[in-house]
Design a protein around this ligand. Structure first.
Ligand SMILES: NC(=O)c1ccc[n+]([C@@H]2O[C@H](COP(=O)([O-])OP(=O)(O)OC[C@H]3O[C@@H](n4cnc5c(N)ncnc54)[C@H](O)[C@@H]3O)[C@@H](O)[C@H]2O)c1
Length: 417
């Protein structure tokens, strides 16, 4: 895993506006570092660990992973970067609880397989730790409620690490929505279309956790990368809320064909019954009668497509086309989104863009870690909070329920009340 060549300047000297709000970034106190324990140091956890270590006034006293090789690698990353060897926890799937008993951790960062996030976050909050959770926050409705309940009961801070909100173009569009440039918004589209078949099998042909998810679950099992930016642009959980959805999917030919080609039509793998594996389309209604279409396909042979569209009564943004503003853009002509970047560039990018560009996901990984550290250092609520996590993650169980009921309308609970 490459080290992330971030300088400390961006974290030390900038003031920052929160993703959609505003707030000064306090100078971190080097004598009082933010002490983070990391749970799960596979690909993603190790990457985030590297970014975390580039933030001044942070320390990583402990790391947990059931995979000893991954754990040793991550311990080595800390040792090489900071000179100290964090304590390792690897005595089975619940050893993270032993790590949570430590009194020298302010927070934990969770980057384990998706079905473990919620239980680990709940346990961490009850152990008095703040939480940063990889996406999604939960995979079933009970866990969505459990997250909210634990946060309220313990008063700990909880942030969902939804990095797709922070890209340059997306934050510019967030600014435009906030300033009403598109008028009153009423329709949105978003997509997570990413051929992830290569991540479903271990080298020995057995299933990874992603493979097991596709085998066992239909519906949209990874909804936050697509819905997150749109929900922020539309003020979901602030001025509007998601009330119901209906979901339909196609048969899963993409994954079947991939498996037959890779392992052979008569292989054991080709006999797997996949619950998901095609295109899954979810339509979400909001309390203000707005509509969001969420496209999800992680199995078909096609290039990555993460398009976003937001329509208002004055114009729209479509990441595939650009921007059209009624009475401003030439009639019936798309304008490049860059036309508007000088005017609507987000504060984050103005002040820390160069730093952010050195990290993945269009700079989102830099800002998501930076916001997490800021949440802990200032003991303040994050912009992507437990209510966002529960609401966006609820798309998974609700889309599955809708599919079970032949595409019927199912209701979102209001997690914020
Ligand atoms: N935000 C993003 O852009 C992004 C990108 C990739 C992955 N992710 C998310 O990050 C998470 C991890 O993904 P990944 O690709 O790193 O997966 P991975 O399989 O590479 O890593 C998961 C790690 O968790 C460890 N683990 C499993 N059970 C554990 C337990 N009970 N206690 C401690 N450790 C345990 C595994 O041994 C492994 O090292 C997933 O939730 C995924 O959705 C997010």
């Amino acid at each position: 895993m490459d080290k992330i060549p971030l300088s400390r300047r961006g974290f030390l000297t900038t003031s920052s506006a929160a993703v959609l709000g505003a707030g000064a970034f306090a100078q971190p106190d080097p004598d009082k570092p933010t002490r983070v324990g990391v749970i799960g140091v596979g690909g993603r956890g190790t990457y985030l660990l590297n970014i975390l270590l580039s933030v001044p006034a942070t320390s990583v006293p402990a790391i947990c992973d059931i995979n000893e090789e991954n754990l040793a690698r991550a311990v080595g990353v800390v040792r090489d970067t900071r000179g100290n060897s964090p304590d390792g926890y690897s005595r089975g799937p619940f050893d993270y609880r032993r790590m949570l008993e430590r009194d020298d951790l302010d927070a934990v960062l969770i980057a384990t397989p998706i079905e473990l996030h919620a239980a680990m976050a709940v346990d961490a909050m009850h152990a008095g730790k703040h939480v940063a959770s990889e996406v999604p926050g939960a995979t079933n409705m009970d866990d969505c409620h459990a997250l909210v309940k634990a946060k309220r009961k313990t008063g700990r801070r909880y942030m969902l690490l939804e990095n797709y909100i922070y890209g340059y173009e997306r934050m510019m569009v967030a600014n435009m929505c906030k300033q009403g440039v598109f008028g009153e918004t009423y329709y949105a589209e978003c997509a997570y279309i990413h051929d992830c078949n290569y991540l479903r099998f271990k080298p020995d042909g057995s299933l990874t956790w992603r493979g097991e998810t596709s085998r066992d679950h239909n519906g949209n099992t990874y909804p936050t990368h697509s819905l997150g930016p749109i929900a922020k642009w539309m003020g979901i959980n602030k001025t509007d809320r998601l009330v119901s959805l209906t979901c339909m999917d196609s048969k899963g030919l993409g994954i079947r064909r991939y498996v037959e080609k890779k392992f052979g039509p008569d292989s054991q793998q080709a006999k797997t019954q996949w619950a998901g594996g095609g295109m899954c389309v979810t339509l979400i209604k909001t309390a203000q009668d707005r509509l969001i279409t969420v496209y999800y396909d992680v199995c078909s042979p096609r290039p990555l497509n993460l398009f976003l569209l937001i329509q208002g009564d004055e114009g729209l943004y479509d990441s595939r086309q650009g921007i059209y503003l009624d009475g401003v853009s030439p009639k019936d002509e798309w304008q490049k989104w860059q036309t508007y970047s000088d005017k609507y560039e987000h504060e984050y990018w103005k002040t820390r863009g160069e730093e952010a560009k050195t990290t993945g996901h269009g700079g989102g990984d830099y800002f998501v870690v930076s916001d997490f550290v800021e949440m802990v250092q200032q003991d303040k609520e994050p912009d992507i909070d437990v209510y966002d996590s529960a609401t966006w993650s609820a798309v998974t169980p609700l889309s599955q329920e809708s599919l079970r009921k032949g595409g019927s309308d199912v209701k979102f609970p209001d997690f914020t009340t």
